[in-house]
Design a protein around this ligand. Structure first.
Ligand SMILES: [Zn+2]
Length: 322
């Protein structure tokens, strides 16, 4: 990103909640589990639901976020509006943005019933809340108010994704296509919550680059910085795994306190290290195979391998010496 992203101002307001009627959210299609229902049945029921409305113009909104960028689209029988959002936008932001654009488009529609069709159930449910903190959510509430002032009835209709509803597929296609089209790029403010996530990811990326050139022993076991989950390990087990990961433990470092010589592997005639004990030394090959210890360092001390490594230490009678 070339320039510093602009955060949303903190004074965004909508009409008071007691003036805004919560729109009808139709989730009737959720009774048809996507993987157990013939797509034609879902499509048929979708058309039946649409027919119940009073000649509405269906406005389909969809969004996409990939490692290449963020896109949103609003599709009707007549138009396809596409937007490439800043890379700071989270999935929630882009989904809300697509619905906001659909509502803004609905203002110009001649139809008295506005039906916004989206495959994002969680976002539609979020919009049912009386108070929303997300700035685009607040702007959506304001659109509800303005459309209701224009005597338009708003219906939010949920459809499952990828069941062959042509307009929904088209919105999905246009949202993905917008990502590759720099001409669709728009300038918009970013919610502060998005910026927090964005800057964290930049810092993590930079930290990782720096980490690659550090001489620390820990890098051998932890090639990437980030949280190291201990899952359900007991306290003592966590201590053992941490000491192995850090490379600081009694087996290897006791000589520093007792002022003895550095311990050596008497077979291999090399300095004794955790790496040597766990993945290198041929003396322990049988125990290694029995405990299914991976010879890839980073995998060996991961959470998934923790129980194997604890069994391995126990087989070598080293558990109490770490
Ligand atoms: Zn050895």
């Amino acid at each position: 990103m070339e320039s510093f992203p602009t955060p949303y101002p903190t004074n965004i307001k909508s009409a008071p909640p007691w003036f805004i009627q919560t729109p009808i959210i139709n989730t009737l299609l959720s009774q048809f589990p996507k993987h157990d229902t013939n797509k034609h049945i879902i499509k048929q029921n979708f058309r039946q639901i649409l027919d119940q409305f009073d000649h509405p113009e269906g406005i389909y909104s969809d969004s996409s976020k990939t490692h290449l960028g963020v896109g949103a689209a609003v599709v009707t029988d007549y138009v396809a509006l596409t937007f490439k959002l800043p890379e700071t936008a989270t999935i929630l932001t882009v989904k809300l943005f697509a619905i906001l654009q659909a509502l803004q488009y609905a203002k110009s529609s001649a139809s008295d019933t506005v039906s916004i069709i989206s495959d994002s159930l969680s976002v539609l449910q979020l919009l049912q809340r009386i108070y929303i903190k997300h700035p685009i959510g607040i702007l959506i509430k304001q659109q509800f108010f303005e459309l209701q002032s224009l005597k338009k009835k708003i219906i939010l209709l949920w459809v499952p994704s990828h069941v062959g509803i042509v307009e929904n597929e088209s919105a999905d296609f246009h949202a993905r296509e917008a990502i590759d089209n720099p001409n669709q790029g728009i300038t918009m403010c970013s919610p502060h919550t998005d910026l927090k996530i964005y800057f964290k990811s930049i810092l993590l990326r930079k930290w990782n680059i720096e980490w690659q050139s550090t001489p620390f022993k820990l890098r051998e076991w932890k090639p990437k910085v980030g949280p190291w989950n201990y899952g359900t390990l007991k306290r003592r087990e966590q201590v053992i795994i941490t000491r192995l990961r850090l490379g600081h433990n009694k087996v290897i470092h006791e000589y520093l306190i007792s002022l003895a010589d550095q311990p050596q592997c008497y077979i291999c005639e090399v300095a004794l290290t955790i790496h040597h004990i766990i993945v290198q030394c041929p003396v322990f090959q049988l125990e290694r195979e029995m405990c299914k210890i991976s010879t890839e360092s980073q995998e060996t001390l991961s959470y998934f391998s923790a129980s194997k490594i604890l069994n391995y230490l126990s087989a070598l009678n080293l558990s109490n010496k770490i």
